[in-house]
Write a protein that binds this ligand. Structure first.
Ligand code: BEZ
Length: 404
């Protein structure tokens, strides 16, 4: 992949344009300087997220909240107008190289925001990692490798590693007195890595995983698997599904009569943003995640109000990740006064960004560019997440294989 040259606003082009516009302003005496710059060169944000299929809700929530945060700055970053170039990832790993190259090489975006899916994240990181431009910001996909073996100066994540929300969950299940469990997840990197992390802490606390069930992604045919779980009679089940698939799984689990006899646990994606649609079937499900809707600090209350006003929807963790992606861009572009060519300063600002008012609570970037953040224990009550406590405070991903 070529490093972008003509489309990016290098420091030289930025300053050249500024001088020309300032000169025109001096002659006419009327041209507003900042408006003219904004007109001349917009900051390009490429977005590769799912807008169709089982993860569509995730992609839409991230996009809406990213735009909300930038709109709160008058729609500008570092004084420059913003242009969004959106591509539906359709959760297709085979299409990921061409989608990434379209945004990076053809559209020549300054920032590449995406994806949701761990398999796509690894493809994107291999293509753009180590390049001067674009800077990649992952607003969801948890692929451990992206901030592990594939970590790079120009890759940042505002969400989580797959290990992070899952690892405390296994211990919660053991602390609730369960000795045996079955794991069930979609068969790809996210599912495997989350189930491995939950297993690690569950077994360290004395539990035993008696069966790993893998479901092809994005299948939602669960009946045979639920019959197998009923026959195995574990104390508990640890599951990863998200979006539309999570609605179907939790409802089918309830429908199969398993909910009361074999409690469901998992990383919070199982009920996040979908607990209303899951209804009665979700009641009482305990999950661990880096967000809980009922966090009472001002940053969360203000965010939820603004998001609901802008979209008509209740905010969820995916929106939080989109909002914090916007916040990262706001801070970094202010630090370089809009000069996306000042790569070194830009990356330094991103690595040092602070999020004291994040809806999820205070967090910062690790050396590998992944959030160091609290993981909360939540339980669904009346269709809403109820915060039970902090399952792991300021949890940092091990970043295995990253030498930054
Ligand atoms: C992932 O593929 O990394 C992922 C997708 C949905 C929710 C959480 C993680």
């Amino acid at each position: 992949m070529s490093i972008k040259s003509s489309g990016s606003l290098t420091r030289r082009r930025f300053l050249k344009g500024t001088t020309a516009v300032a000169g025109m302003a001096a002659v006419s005496g009327i041209a507003p300087y900042r408006f003219a710059i904004g007109d001349m060169a917009k900051v390009k944000i490429g977005i590769l997220l799912p807008y169709s299929g089982t993860y569509a809700m995730l992609g839409n929530s991230i996009t809406d909240a990213l735009k909300l945060r930038i709109d709160q700055e008058g729609g500008k970053l570092g004084g420059r107008e913003v242009e969004y170039v959106q591509v539906d990832s359709q959760m297709s790993v085979p299409n990921a190289p061409q989608n990434t190259k379209k945004l990076a090489d053809k559209d020549k975006v300054d920032f590449l925001v995406g994806p949701v899916h761990s398999g796509i994240a690894a493809v994107m990181a291999k293509l753009v990692g180590g390049q001067k431009s674009p800077i990649m910001i992952v607003p969801n996909a948890g692929s451990n490798a992206v901030t592990g073996a594939l970590c790079a100066e120009n890759i940042f994540r505002t969400s989580f590693s797959n290990w992070q929300p899952a690892y405390p969950g296994g211990k919660v299940m053991a602390d609730d007195g369960h000795k045996t469990a079955v794991t069930i997840a979609w068969k790809y990197a996210a599912g495997r890595q989350m189930m491995d992390a939950g297993t690690e802490s569950f077994e360290a606390a004395g539990g035993k995983i008696i069966k790993d069930i893998e479901v092809p992604f994005p299948d939602v045919e669960f009946q045979a698997h639920l019959s197998e779980i009923a026959a195995l009679k574990p104390d508990a089940v640890f599951a990863f599904f998200s979006g539309g698939g999570a609605v179907k799984f939790v409802k089918d689990y309830h429908g199969a009569g398993l909910k009361d006899s074999i409690p469901l646990y998992g990383p919070g994606f199982l009920t996040e943003g979908v607990s209303t649609a899951q209804g009665e079937a979700a009641e009482g499900i305990r999950t661990t995640l880096h967000y809980s809707a009922d966090l009472s600090h001002e940053g969360n209350v203000a965010f939820r109000t603004a998001y609901e006003k802008a979209t008509g929807n209740a905010a969820n963790v995916f929106a939080v990740q989109g909002f914090d992606t916007g916040e990262l861009l706001v801070q970094a572009m202010a630090a370089v006064e809009g000069d996306t060519g000042a790569t070194e300063t830009l990356i330094k600002a991103m690595a040092g960004a602070e999020f004291p008012n994040s809806p999820r609570g205070n967090w910062k970037m690790s050396k590998a560019h992944n959030p160091i953040q609290n993981i909360y224990l939540r339980e669904v009550h009346g269709g809403k997440q109820k915060l039970l406590g902090v399952a792991a405070e300021a949890l940092e991903d091990p970043a295995t294989g990253c030498s930054m």
